[in-house]
Design a protein around this ligand. Structure first.
Ligand code: 3PG
Length: 403
């Protein structure tokens, strides 16, 4: 595929898709960590320095979630990091957005509104069909090039991620280039035993990867944490209490309980589930064995589980971790996430960790010893599982068209 180096950007309008989806405090609505914003700032600065009129497209969270917000704060944060004004436009492709783009001067940077405010964006469709969405049809005629830097969303065949490449000469941004290089390198050298640590709340991605890697033998053990672990505990017949069951239901993951049960039977002993958990009771952390869980919110994995997991991590030659072990934003409940990260960092094996939240936690802890911290969670584990990433496939495909 093409990269920024292949285009003359002077005075050209460039649409750049980044992934600055960031952890946001559900109560205050404030961005808790700007790791991804800082990461993409490099690509944006380069485009602007090369004389482009840079129009940024990005998403924040998913419809229905508490951190599904506008990108106003992201624009402010980006302006500060770049020391260059980033205009925030509260519109995606309506006349406000289009007029703002046509008024831009060389070097200008604007950030359009959260693309997921637009319902067509999140329809999963084959890439070529995404080129016919209203967003792509309205914005593409105003631009000269499309740069995709959103590695962390490269596993999604969404309109803003795959549609523009069929209408505009397109290439990869610097974050995309770096991530793909690091992950291809890792993939070409997987040493055994290979251990996956899968947590967080994106159960769909984790289960897909688990199934794939256990099936093809590339994973030797999968250690489950976070919401993923709760679903496997249910699948193993443990009672996790009404509160936690309801939480799984509201997230739309109930059907995965059956799947978890099947996977546990099929890959006997390879999928590890917690033996104890930390619950949020009276504002404090209280640990219980999984056979005696009261009906209270589960916020972290327990100390005994950590010990068992750390031992497996120590003996791994290759480690891939995605998603936090619990509600790591709360001091009492960051123990699981931090201890696992410490264990991974001090393991002599090759390690990749991914996902916005886990990467943010690792950066905040200032850990060294992790081989690669990927900005992408779902994207990196899908890639490691051998899945083709729609965004990368499209970039490769259209590069051939424009040659
Ligand atoms: C991520 O945080 O993994 C990416 O921004 C993709 O988000 P999504 O899983 O909501 O598509």
């Amino acid at each position: 595929f093409y990269t920024i180096d292949d285009f003359d950007l002077e005075d050209k309008t460039v649409l750049v898709r980044v992934d600055i989806n960031s952890p946001v405090d559900p109560n205050t609505g404030l961005i808790l960590d700007d790791t991804r914003i800082k990461l993409h700032a490099g690509t944006i600065k380069e485009l602007s320095d090369k004389g482009a009129k840079t129009v940024i497209l990005a998403h924040q969270s998913r419809p229905g979630k508490k951190d599904f917000t506008t990108l106003e704060q992201h624009a402010r944060s980006l302006s500060k990091i770049l020391n260059h004004e980033v205009g925030y436009i509260d519109d995606i492709f309506g006349s406000n957005a289009r007029n703002a783009i046509s008024r831009m001067q060389r070097g200008d940077i604007i950030l359009l509104e959260n693309v997921r405010f637009y319902s067509e964006e999140v329809l999963k469709r084959e890439p070529r069909l995404q080129a016919e969405t209203h967003m792509v049809k309205k914005l593409a005629p105003l631009a000269d090039y499309f740069i995709n830097d959103a590695f962390a969303a490269a596993h999604r065949s969404h309109a803003s991620l795959v549609g523009f490449a069929f209408k505009l000469p397109s290439g990869a941004g610097r974050v995309m280039e770096r991530e793909l290089k690091a992950l291809y390198n890792a993939l070409s050298n997987v040493k055994k035993p290979c251990v996956y640590v899968l947590g967080g709340v994106k159960v769909d991605d984790s289960i897909m990867v688990m199934e794939h890697t256990l099936e093809n033998g590339s994973a030797d053990y999968v250690l489950t944490t976070g919401l993923v672990a709760n679903i496997f505990l249910l699948g193993a017949g443990f009672d996790i209490g009404e509160y936690n069951k309801k939480f799984i239901e509201t997230k739309g993951y109930w059907d995965y309980v059956k799947k978890a049960e099947e996977l546990l039977k099929k890959f006997n002993g390879k999928i590890k589930i917690p033996v104890d958990l930390a619950l949020f009771i009276g504002g404090k952390r209280v640990e219980f064995p999984v056979s005696k869980l009261p009906n209270e919110p589960i916020y972290d994995i327990g100390t005994e589980t950590l010990k068992q997991y750390a031992e497996i991590i120590r003996s791994a030659e290759t480690l891939f971790a995605n998603g936090p072990a619990g509600v790591f934003e709360m001091e009492d409940f960051n123990i699981g996430t931090e201890d696992l990260l410490n264990a991974i960092a001090s393991s002599p094996g090759f390690s990749i960790i991914g996902g916005g939240h886990l990467a943010a936690a690792a950066n905040q802890m200032g850990l060294s010893g992790i081989s690669h911290i990927s900005s992408g969670g779902g994207a990196s584990i899908n890639m490691l599982a051998g899945e083709k990433l729609p965004v990368v496939e499209v970039l490769k495909q259209v590069a051939l068209t424009y040659k």
